[in-house]
Each structure stands twice: as C-alpha cells, then as structure tokens.
Design a protein around this ligand. Structure first.
Ligand code: X8Z
Ligand code: ZN
Length: 604
C-alpha cells in the first residue's frame, strides 16, 4: 500500500536499508530514474486516490474491488521503484535532491507486497476486507443496530457502568472475525518487507525517521520515560475520582482502571469524563470548574457541523493562510450520509496532490469533534503548503509532523480564542487554570501511553515475537503495563481486541500520534515565545498572528524535502524531539496532582 493511495492519515515516510549493486550506474542515470519514477507515481497515485475516495465514501463490493485493484497497482509500482532506487545506493556524485528522492523511494510503503505474481492483489484484497469489516460493523442494543460513531457518543455521555460495559463489550465483539485476515496481512506484508531488505514490517516502519531504526525505538522509550511519572499522577488522580463516583465494586482505589470507564472506546483520550474528574469544590477551587462547557456552548450558539469546519478554517486564515477552495466545500464529507456505508474515521485528503483538498468525517457538534476539525484541517493546510514541492517531497517532514499541525492549531482553543469567537463573554480567572489544564491533560497526557503501545504491539506481531495465539494477551499486557488499564471483564478465547481499533484494522501506523503529542507542544511553545507571550503557556493563543503564521507556513512548505530536524529547526530553533515543552505546559497541574494524590498508593 503506498503512502499516496490513502488520506493523510495513512501517509507514510521513512528511511531505508536496502543494499544494491551499484556497479555500472551513474549519477546522471540516477536523476533520470528518480524523475521518471516520480512522474509515474504521481499519475497512478491520483487514480488510486480517487478510487479510494469513492470507496471510503460509498462502500460496496464494487468500490472495494476498484479501490483494491488501484491499491495493488500502486503497491506493485512502488515496490518496483523502491528496488530500482536501491540500485543507485553507493553511486557517487548524485545531486542532493535526487539523492533524497532515491532515499524516499526506497521507504515509501506501509505494507509492501512481494514480487510474487498476485501478492499485491492479495494484500490489497485483505486490507480492503479488514477496513470494510471495521467500518461497517454494527452492535445491536435493545434490538437497534448501532454504528461505531453512535457507540462512541454513548460512551461520552453514559454514566451507568453496566450500560457502559455492554457498549464496550459489544464493540469489541465485532473484531474476532477479522483475526484470520489480520494474520494473512502480517504474513504478506512481511514477505514484501523482507524483499526490500528489512527484517520485518515493523523494522520498515521504524526506519522512517532519518535515523537508525533501533535509535528511533530507543528515542520513543526515552520520551515516554520522561513523561511517565506525570501520567502516573494523572492515572492515580482519575482512578480516585472514578472510585468516588462508582464505588469499590466498579472501580477500586488501587490497581489498574477499568478500560470502559474513561469515556472513550479505547481509553485513549479521557476528556469526555471531565465531569467525573473535575476538581471537587472541597479542594478549595471555588467553582471548581473551568467556567464553561465547550460542547454546551457550541450547541447553545447553534453551531452545526458545517459551521464547525468554517470556524476551524477561520483559525488558519487568521494566520494568513488562504481560504480553502470552493471544491473543498463541494466534495468533502462532513457528516455521515444516509443510506450508504462509509468509512467514518476522520481523514484529510489531497486527491490530486495539489489543490483538490477534502475532509471525510462524520462530525457531531461537541468539543472533541471541534478539536478533530482543527486536526483534519491541519493535514489539508500542510498538503497545500507543500504542493509546490516536487511530488516525492509532497509529504510531512515525518508522519508525526503531519499529525501535529492541526493539534497545534487546536491548542490555541483557549479562553481568549473562544471569547474572540463570541462563544464566551468573559475569560475565566486564574482559578480556572487547574480545571483548564486538567481538561487538556485528560486528552493529551492520557493519550501518550496508548500512542506508544499500539505499534509496540504491532512491532511484536510483525517480528513474530507475538503469535496469533497470543495476539490478545500481548495486547492487554501492553495496555496494562503502559496505560494501567484492564478490560471490564474476562476476554473470550477468540477475542481480537486490537482489531477493534481503526488503525489496526486499517493498517495505519500509530507511533506518529505519539510523536505528534510531543511535537505539538514544541510548536506551540515556540510560537508563543515568538509572539512574546508572558502569561501561563496554556493561556496563549496565536489566533490572528500573521507573523507567526508566515513562519509556520515556511516550515510546512518544506514538506519532506529535508530531514525532519531541519523542518523542526526552521520553526522552533530546536533540532530534536523534546518532552520539556509538554512538561512545561502541564507543570502547574503536575504539582497540583501530587498534592491531591497524597496518601494514595499510586501505580498499578
Ligand atoms: O486517527 C486520528 C485522526 C485522523 S489522522 C482523527 N487520530 C488518532 C485516533 O483517532 O486514534 C487523532 C488522534 C489519534
Ligand atoms: Zn490525522
């Protein structure tokens, strides 16, 4: 599967480790090869993107067939060019632009197929079946079928632990039929990865970051080690609040948290249970609230999904970005259409790698989806910013960058921005700082271990360390080790709980989101420093700041033309992933949590 076949959510990047016979190849031939590969891939990628768009927004046997066929052709071509590019490894005198293109050609795949005839078609068919099974799954509750977006809505608001558990178990019961296909996918992708010179597909994925794969894995572990104590404090505090709310029979004061109680199907972001986690009035915080409820405000002010997207666009145009083209509004899918099956998981597309930008979402009017709008539009504005680069550089500096752009924008959804939007009349005072930070931490800090473990599981699966018999046990071992959570009850022998997550069923790499949760705070801190902000970091909004917007745009315009540290440096002056920005942002909350947790036995 090529990076260009799918939305930005499936964009892929990386490095390579293919050795090739360099004899007889010249630098001039290298340039010709790279340019012709680039032209051909651009041509077929637009075809594949249009097929994928139609399939994603109207799932039928026929659209699955068409999209899988285009996908297989794209994979075949990408594998051919990856091998072709490897022939120039070691050739001297190649100009830097061509060298970068050859480097990118050798790692531009997420799921490579082997050159065995039919392998790419088989892999594409299996991938399509998995994605369709996930996207069309329904759960029957009280005789009524529920799609995932409806179940997620229930988890956001339902507070009866028995009902919550039924929703969670119902959704996870849709995954076991996907396990056999998932095994095939792992086998086929590994065959392809080995042919390209990688030990397995996990090694391919880890090699995308302009550094040796082992060094990358070690870097993510080191970043986690830096933030893990803060996560542990948050976990401890939230566990206590859940215990107060539900009692010992549902959530004990010690040990792991029940995974279904956190307001999100995968316990990956916990902001939806802010009502349960909010500081108690007895803790001396007065109103103990951040002063407003964004979901309630959006509803009250009559926001509909279209207005959510226009408001998100308004953030970017306030920084000086040009408005989205008319075709964006004509062609995007903003809400779940009636009468047909679609892939609801939000994604952002650049159909022609130029101006034909679209989002595909099933939006609802709530705070989380307002954030998702900013997230998706970040992909689109990035795509348009780098559209003037040569085709092979039209991608994020790395996949974590692509995911961080819109999240960085959403960090600016501060009281002052909400006031400028007319959503609140007055900004809450400093006694709202802890509640505001807590609301953010429930999403951003809670996410970190999940962001890391999804691919830890896949790395183990691809390497063979975890076999199909232990898929589910290995998943829960990581979930408990990193997140400190457990399922609400025993899991059945055929359970395939990782398959109940979109990115596993849809083979979208996940470490990108872990990286994005680090980068977005680096972008934000740098932006606020450049804006001369002197207040608490979390209150800063660069809304309307065209000077910062222009600097940010300069980083986006680089696309993937240079190794990512250079892009990072262009905007932040920093050259490496650095967890000190997220730590600085949340420092007051961390100190507060330590006080709240006094006398508790934290950890699990
Ligand atoms: O998949 C997404 C985006 C599309 S790239 C909606 N996210 C991850 C997820 O939902 O699991 C954003 C946050 C993490
Ligand atoms: Zn995304």
């Amino acid at each position: 599967m090529s990076r260009r076949l799918r939305s930005a959510c499936a964009a892929l990047l990386g490095a390579f480790s293919v050795s090739g016979a360099a004899a007889a190849q010249t630098a001039a031939e290298a340039k010709v090869f790279a340019e012709s590969a680039e032209a051909e891939l651009m041509r077929i990628s637009e075809y594949a993107a249009r097929a994928a768009w139609v399939q994603n927004t109207y799932i039928t046997d026929d659209t699955n067939w068409l999209a899988a066929k285009a996908n297989a052709e794209m994979t075949d071509a990408s594998v051919r060019y990856a091998k072709g590019a490897a022939r120039f490894n070691g050739v001297t005198g190649i100009d830097p632009v061509t060298a970068r293109k050859l480097y990118l050609l050798q790692q531009g795949l997420v799921l490579p197929a082997s050159s065995r005839p039919g392998a790419a078609a088989e892999l594409a068919a299996v991938s399509a079946r998995l994605e369709t099974a996930y996207s069309t799954a329904k759960v029957t509750i009280d005789g009524k079928p529920y799609a995932l977006d409806e179940l997620e809505d229930l988890l956001r608001t339902e507070r009866d632990p028995a009902k919550i558990r039924a929703v969670w178990e119902g959704w996870h019961a849709t995954a076991p039929p996907m396990k056999a296909d998932y095994q095939s996918l792992v086998r086929l992708a590994n065959e392809g990865s080995k042919e390209l010179g990688y030990a397995d597909t996990g090694a391919l994925w880890r090699s995308w970051y302009d550094m040796p794969p082992d060094a990358f894995a070690a870097k993510t572990d080191a970043l986690w080690a830096q933030v893990a104590p803060f996560y542990r404090n948050l976990h401890c505090y939230v566990r206590g609040r859940l215990n107060l709310r539900y009692g010992d029979a549902v959530q004990k004061k010690t040990g792991p948290i029940r995974a279904d109680l956190l307001g999100n199907m995968w316990a990956q972001q916990w902001g939806e249970i802010y009502d349960i986690a909010a500081p108690a009035p007895s803790k001396g915080l007065g109103a103990a609230e951040k002063g407003y409820d964004v979901t309630a405000l959006l509803v009250e002010k009559g926001y509909d999904p279209d207005k959510l997207v226009r408001t998100g666009e308004g953030f970017y145009t306030s920084l000086g970005f040009a408005p989205l083209p008319a075709s964006f509004w004509e062609r995007s899918q903003i809400v779940r259409p009636a009468g047909r099956e679609v892939v609801c998981h939000a994604s952002a597309w650049s159909i022609d790698n130029d101006q034909d930008l679209r989002v595909k979402m099933c939006l609802r009017v709530n705070e989380t989806d307002f954030g998702t709008v900013h997230h998706e539009l970040g992909h689109n504005f990035y795509q348009r910013a780098y559209a003037n680069q040569p085709f092979l550089f039209r991608n994020g500096a790395n996949d974590g960058f692509h995911e961080a752009i819109g999240d960085f924008a959403a960090l600016n959804l501060t009281p002052s921005y909400l006031q400028q939007l007319g959503l609140i009349a007055q900004q809450p005072g400093s006694d709202a700082d802890i509640p505001l930070l807590l609301r953010q931490a429930l999403d951003k800090v809670a996410f970190l271990p999940f962001g890391l473990l999804v691919d830890k599981w896949r790395w183990q699966v691809f390497s063979g360390q975890v076999t199909p018999e232990t898929y589910n046990d290995a998943w829960w071992k990581l979930r408990t080790q990193y997140q400190g959570i457990v399922p609400p009850g025993p899991r059945s022998a055929d359970a395939f709980d990782p398959g109940a997550k979109f990115h596993v069923a849809g083979s979208t790499p996940y470490t990108r989101y872990f990286l994005a949760h680090i980068y977005q705070f680096q972008f934000y801190r740098a932006a606020c420093r450049q804006a001369g902000w002197k207040g608490p970091l979390h209150r800063c909004s660069i809304y309307g700041n065209k000077e910062i917007g222009a600097k940010f745009d300069a980083m986006l315009k680089m696309g993937q033309s240079r190794p990512w540290p250079e892009a990072l440096e262009a905007f932040t002056g920093e050259k490496d992933l650095d967890a000190s920005a997220i730590a600085e942002y949340f420092a007051p909350l961390d100190a507060w949590l330590r006080v709240q947790n006094r006398g508790q036995i934290c950890g699990w």
